[in-house]
Design a protein around this ligand. Structure first.
Ligand code: ASP
Length: 344
């Protein structure tokens, strides 16, 4: 029998409606256990590690990612796969962070949750959990089918660092604009093997340190110098994500370039990602991005916001020189970006 560890962190999946506060709040794993007797009929030997108290994922923090990485590291040899029940709000951040933290992962780590609590008649939680469990326990030729950190939601399996929560009310809450789904569940679960990363032969290496001292500058037409200066001068900031227009373009006004130049002179690593959900940054394609390139801004290519923020935190958390961080930002580490020449 395959052995799966369910890590229950919280999220809507295990919430109930609190009549006093009129808000949803997370409760213990028993709510899930009691509403999902099918779990015991799957022929999977599963164990549960439940956060106490469970959390709404909007309270997620890099320290919790380190805790999750540690839970997996300590039990890695004892289980065939891991299913993390997690709120959908920050699921893509956690999935991205874990993808970097768990180097040489050769077992599935599947995050799932739901849009409606498991106790609701029309809940999407049951299908999500049952299929996530099935995916985590599926093997082909003795090897795990999906040796990656993934998100399973509403019949689709996505690479975790490519997924994004794009809808707050549809059951189909996630999509992956720049990379195909790894599997689709219908009557059968159809795996797209060409898109799944091969299992590494090296041993799992877990990195638990993240540096959250990063900032985000989302530009818009009319953004003021004061607003840009406030962000660029954030005390202690070591990395800055620029969320730019289209293929990585930003205003060419000289005060803007000067602000960024000062940040570069202070050693702040700047990464350009696009505000578009699909497509990639191409520094130098337009004159409106050549000035960024000259300052030393690096390209985030087609990374999602979630994949880019957590990658920056991860790389700044490792003891590596700035030039190496810049090089690694532009390269795929865990399949999180497509280098410019590649077409997926
Ligand atoms: N606020 C919830 C959470 O992220 C939403 C959800 O689970 O869908 O924990």
């Amino acid at each position: 029998m395959t052995k799966i560890l369910i890590i229950y962190t919280g999220g809507t999946v295990g919430m109930i409606y609190d009549e006093k506060t009129t808000a949803l709040r997370p409760i213990g794993f028993n709510e899930i256990r009691n509403n999902l007797p099918e779990l015991y009929r799957m022929g999977i030997d599963f164990y549960v590690y439940a956060f106490n108290p469970p959390m709404d994922s909007s309270d997620m923090h890099p320290d919790v990612w380190s805790e999750l990485a540690g839970i997996i590291e300590d039990r890695y040899d004892r289980y065939d796969g891991f299913v993390i029940l997690h709120g959908s709000d920050t699921m893509a951040f956690t999935a991205s962070a874990l993808s970097y933290m768990l180097e040489n992962l050769s077992k599935p780590v599947i995050l799932t949750g739901s849009q409606l609590p498991i106790g609701k008649i029309r809940t999407d939680a049951k299908e999500n959990i049952i299929t996530a469990m099935e995916i985590a326990s599926t093997k082909a030729n003795g090897h795990c089918m999906v040796p990656e950190v993934c998100i399973y939601f509403d019949f689709m399996l996505f690479r975790g660092n490519r997924a994004k929560k794009y809808n707050a009310e549809k059951f189909e809450a996630f999509y992956s604009m720049n990379y195909p789904a790894l599997a689709e569940a219908g009557i059968d679960i159809k795996y797209k093997q060409n898109y799944i990363l091969p299992a590494p032969v090296k041993e799992l290496k877990v990195h638990k340190s993240m540096d959250p001292n990063i900032g985000v500058l989302k530009i818009f037409p009319g953004i003021t110098r004061r607003a840009v200066e406030a962000i660029v001068n954030t005390p202690g900031m070591r990395g800055l994500l620029l969320e730019t227009f289209g293929s990585g373009n930003a205003t060419t006004q000289s005060w803007f370039t000067d602000c960024l130049q000062k940040a570069a002179d202070k050693g702040i690593i700047m990464v350009d990602i696009t505000q578009c959900d699909g497509g990639s940054v191409e520094l130098g394609k337009y004159e409106t991005s050549t000035h960024l390139q000259k300052i030393g801004v690096v390209s985030g290519h087609d990374m999602t916001f979630e994949a880019a923020t957590t990658k920056l935190m991860f790389l700044l958390g490792q003891n590596i020189p700035p030039e190496e961080i810049k090089r690694l930002i532009e390269e795929p580490m865990r399949g999180e970006l497509t280098p410019s020449e590649t077409v997926v």
